[in-house]
Structure formats: C-alpha cells, structure tokens
Write a protein that binds this ligand. Sequence first.
Ligand code: ARG
Length: 579
Amino acid sequence: MNIQVILTQHAQDAFKILTGIDNWDPQVKVSAKAQFGDYQINGIMSVAKKVGQNPRELASQLTEQLKLDASEILFNVEVAGPGFINLTLSPNWLASQLNIVANDSKLGLTPVVPQTVVVDYSAPNVAKEMHVGHLRTTIIGDAVVRTLELLGHNVIRANHIGDWGTQFGMLIAYLEKMQNEHATDMALTDLEAFYRDAKKTYDEDEEFALRARGYVVKLQGGDEYCLTMWQKLVKLTMAQNFAAYERLNVTLTEKDTMGESLYNSMLPNIVADLKAKGIAVENEGATVVFLSEYKNKNGDPMGVVVQKNDGGFLYTTTDIASVKYRVETLKANRVLYYVDSRQNQHLTQAWMIARMAGYAPESVSLEHHQIGMMLGKDSKPFKTRSGGTIKLVDLLDEAKDRAKALILSKNDSIDENELDTLAEVVGIGAVKYADLSKNRTTDYIFDWDNMLSFDGNTAPYMLYANARVQSIFKRFEIDPATLNASPITLQAPEEIALSICLLQFEEVITAVAREGAPHIMCTYLYELAGAFSRFYEAVSIMQTEEIELRNSRLLLASLTSKTLKTGLTTLGIKTVERM
Ligand code: ARG
C-alpha cells in the first residue's frame, strides 16, 4: 500500500482523460505544510506549455476530473498558486487502508518484481583487526540487505575480505615462527600486534624476509603447506569478525565470504581477454589499460595497471573479475558497494574496464554507496587517546557501559540481570543507530553524548518510544492481536496525521531500497514516534468511553508499535519490551 503510487495513478488517469497523454509524471509529493493538504501534485507547470494551456487553467480542469474519479480517496482537491494541486485524503479511505495493513503480516507491502541484488559490504582484511572504518560499511550495508530482503528481493551478501596479496608470505612466515616458539596453537587475539610484529621481523631479520618472499611464490603456486597456513590466518581472523557480527546483530555468515582470493583463478584469463579485445596493452613489461576519461599530470590518458611486470595482479584486477563473477555467475541485476569514499576512483576505473570488456551490460547497475570517514569530536580521524586505532570490541564494551549509566539515571532500582541485557541492546543500538541516521557519504562525527541520549533521533529515544506503546497493552492486559478486525474510525486531526504517517511505511522503505540509504528510514521512524506522541496526548485512549472508538485507537497504537519494530528490524536494531 503506497499512497504516492495510488495518487500518481489517479492523477495520470485523470490527465489522460483530459489530454490523451499517457505516463505524465505528476510529481506527487508529501505536502510541506498542513495548509497545503496531505499531498501535492507539482507536475502541472512543467507540462502545461507542452499541451498549450495555462497552468492554472489545466490545474483546475484536473482538479475537477479528480473530484469526479477519486472522490473515494480524496476528501478535498484544490488548486494553489500558479498551478499546484493540494490533495487532502479522505479519513474513511485512510481507515479502510489501515484495516488492510493491520491484517497483513508484512504491513501491507506491495509485492515487488524481485531483483537479484549483490551487496558488497563489511570486507575487513585478514590478519588485521576490524576497525571503526569497517564498522560503518558493516552496519549500513547490513541495513540495506535487510530492507531489500523484506521487500522480497533476492539478496546476495558479498563480504569481499582482503585475504590475498604479497603480505601473506610475511604473515605465514610469522605464524610459523610463533607456532614454533609457543608450540601450541595461538589464539591470535591481538591481530594488530601480530601484523605489526610480523612487519618488524620482516624489516629486521633478513633470513626471515627471504623465507617470507619464498612463501609468497609458493602460496601463489598452490603449495599445500602455505595454503594450510594461509587458511589458518583467514580462519583465525574471521572467527573474531563473526563474533563481532553476532554482537552487532549483523546477518553476515560464513557462506557470504567472497574474498579477493575467490577470483585468483580468473585473473590470468581476464588479463588475456582484455589484451585480446585491445583494451589492455603491454607497457614497460606491465599490462595496462589507458582510460581517456582520466588524465595524468601531462594530460595523457591515465594508465591503470592490471598486471605488474613481475606477473602479479592488483586490487583493480580482482575487482574487474568480481564484477564479471557477480553478473555472469551470480546473475546480479544490481550491485551495491558500501565502500570507503576514498576508493571511488579505484571502483569507477574497475567498472569502466569491466563495461568495456562486456562483463557488465548497462542494464546492470553498479553503485558505489560511498562511506565517509569516522571522525572524533575534534573532527580528526577517530583514534584512542594515545593515537592508536580503536578496536571494535573496546568500542562496543564502552557503549554498553555508557548505556548502563544512562538506564540507571532513569531507573536506579532496575534488576541487575535486566540492566545487563538492556544495556547491551541500548548500547549496541545507539552505536548503530547514530551511524545509520546520518547521510552516509559525509564524514561522521562519533559522539557518545549525542548517541546515548533520550532526546532527539537516537536509539534510546526510539526504543523508549516503542516500549511506551507496548506498555499500554501490558498495563491493561490487552492482546493486540485481538484488535486486528476492529473497524477504524478517524476523528481527531492528530489521529488522521498518525494514520497517514503509518500508511507511508511503504513509500519510505521503497526509497531506502532505491537510494540504498537507511537514514531515510531513521527520519521516518522518528517522525512516526512524534506523530504517536501527539496523538497520545490529544486523545486519551483508555478514557475513551465508546468501546468501538477505543478499540480503533488501540489498533492505531498496535500498528504504530508494529511499524516501529519492523522499521527498526530493517535497520538491524533490536527492540525491548520495556525500558
Ligand atoms: N578490504 C577492503 C578494505 O578494507 C575493502 C573492499 C571493498 N570491496 C571491494 N569490492 N573492493 O579497504
């Protein structure tokens, strides 16, 4: 159920009757102010000239036609300004739609034509700690995945982990050294230290460096011992990452890991194919694609290396292969990349080459959803006090501690166990929600005080708002499921406003899927919580004498809670029954 789509359809039908023109875009938008009705048709001015009419005249004709054809839906239709049309929805129609939504397990969502969508997100690196930079792509990517799935799309999660490259010779040699020295299998709890120490040994110990370089060649040649050691490193790292995903309520599992190494076997053929097609050429021993869209310092086309003169392949080559794989093997209609904005040029070049080679037809959309940097309150990259990178685990522990303090400030008699469970949900929710609620392309300032506050568009506020609606049912011992068939009556303006907001869920979730931007959902849920508050203050539900009206209002409350919960679930935010 999508009000905007329904109104668009009616406007188009009416327009066709008047002008004979099909598929006009009426530009139906939610009105900015209540005095302009609930929705507006803004597309008259741009079409009036084309049909040779005065915009206001055309608007008034369309208004009359809509009054004839859509009287069931529209309570009022009015021409405004130079040719806008203001639409006010009929309360009876809204009520009938709410009843349909209430009786549907998916909140009345219209079935979509399913697309296969590959979402490339998270993508941490092996033998390195997942850091706060990966936090953003993981959280935002996962919200988009959940959203697309709820709408009915076929989603493939692609965790493009950094599990290949020349550094693995050094890492294998170091793992071997550690194993020899400690005899037992190490847990590798501190990956940051492991990587740093490996690098240090490599730089200082010549014999070690020689062995490391030998291992790179062996690994690339498929040597069994090196492969086993490499796998061990991948396993150890990913075990930690999966623990983080679980704690973060992120849906990535082992089957979603499609790291760089997956594409190894494809790379020689890709380079040969690019050469055969005249896209890549030999240049000083390397294989290079010259892209005229990019110029180097001298103004000549920029060269993108796809194979080095020592035979090694590059990050770009792997991303060209991954496009091919996603289109040809996974049958993607759309590929979304949640990747650091600093990799935009890298991705654009890889896609350009993939398009030239025919690996991705124009019909497949490749989208870089850029992730800005995470900054501290001082607007500098987010670091520990001593300047080190912040570990994800430490960050999440701190979130929980701070959430505990916040909850205690509201309720100091809360039971110890409940406090612990609640603090985990609120703390993790706060970190996630703060990130999700911002437009992701901009750099993002990490601020504990803002995210852990009951005021504003925050997780604590949203969780509290939802718990408050649920508390009505608890307090009066009413099972919301028994209300679904109650007929809805809409009287108070706050009641109508809440209803329209509830019926906008599909418009919003569709926008999140189209734009790949979950902050749209956060803004909506915040508005919905506000609309409910205003409704709850204006009409006292349980004091309503008339039983039918009271049930109607209870059903609105229950739908609010369902919508909040569904929305928060698409964001990957867990909810609580009470707070
Ligand atoms: N592993 C990379 C990093 O940590 C991100 C990979 C992004 N995905 C891709 N297809 N290149 O920076």
